[in-house]
Design a protein around this ligand. Sequence first.
Ligand SMILES: Nc1ncnc2c1ncn2[C@@H]1O[C@H](COP(=O)(O)OP(=O)(O)O)[C@@H](O)[C@H]1O
Ligand SMILES: [Mg+2]
Length: 368
Amino acid sequence: MANIYIGLMSGTSADSIDCATLDLSSDEIKIIDCKNFEIPNSLREDIIKSSQSEKIEKELIDNLNFRMAEALIFAVKETLNKLKIKAKDVMAIGSHGQTIKHEPRLTIPYTLQIGDPQKISDELKITTVGNFRDDDIKAGGEGAPLTPIFHERIFGIDKKQKVVVNIGGITNITALQSSEVIGFDTGPGNCLMDYWCRVHNMGEYDDNGSWASKGTINQSLLAKMMSDEYFTLKYPKSTGPDYFNHEWIKKNLAELSDEISAEDVQATLLQVTVISLIESINLIQPINEDIYLCGGGVHNKFLCSEIDKQTKARVKTTLDLGIDPDYLEAICFGWFAKQRIENKKFNLNKITGSKGEVYLGKIYEPSK
Ligand SMILES: Nc1ncnc2c1ncn2[C@@H]1O[C@H](COP(=O)(O)OP(=O)(O)O)[C@@H](O)[C@H]1O
Ligand SMILES: [Mg+2]
């Protein structure tokens, strides 16, 4: 009997739910199925609104926690039906949850992912692992990024130096060196461009970056944005859409006297993503090793061509390493579920800054 695990990922973009079904019977990671599920519109709007507000009422958190869990449960039910897999044959679900807040540098640091894992576990009668970032934060870490551990596991086997770049709402990089793994959030990925599109009725995102490609970079705005403290922080570091959001764009614009067209702002925001990423890579990986992109950003052709233009390294996607760039994170959280069920701990000191070894995730057994 196969050891089936399911990974659920909804990242910071709130664009959709990625679901990966894996057979982890052996050390090999066998991918049975990957599928994307919609987040209902009203839920998505409420998620985006809350992740941008400074304070969220407890009632609203409970409400979102419930509704997101329902959406995740739906994704798993559909998947099990399609694949004709019984719930009792799934060893565990690894559900990352939807990030609403990520505040690792407050006096009392915290991170909040919604999509109640206990409800998922109870309704599906499948052991669910969730809240993957809490213990790392408790151990003094940033709680993010966690994926470098998995990148090392699947892409580090050949021992070749390479950089993996996940361009989701936020961008995070993993530099796989021969001796160690470095990983951190470089700054915004698609989130600022997405916000700007929504505000200007250009859709949920800038398809292929075509809007940005029509604009002209505004150099004073670019300099202003790139002077943000986050970009000067040394790694380990992590961030979220509660920092890089519409307010952040407005604050930067308000400090300039220039009249800047919406199109030029979009062109400039795309450069902020590109430059913060390229500068981070140059900092840790001065040798020009291959760069493997993943996350929704790989579909933004203009963004990818700008990254390619600004580095001497060869820019590819993780498909060249055999993994669909849209599902790498969902696969990762399925694999994390197995690690947690087997009580494996990880040392993320070089990545998140946490001390000692930590568990990634809490186990939620179905209530009797
Ligand atoms: N065709 C496309 N053109 C431009 N951007 C795209 C395209 N497809 C997806 N994206 C971007 O990818 C984002 C989703 O990326 P994803 O990796 O799922 O992020 P997260 O992990 O934060 O959920 C979308 O919000 C959008 O900005
Ligand atoms: Mg997503």
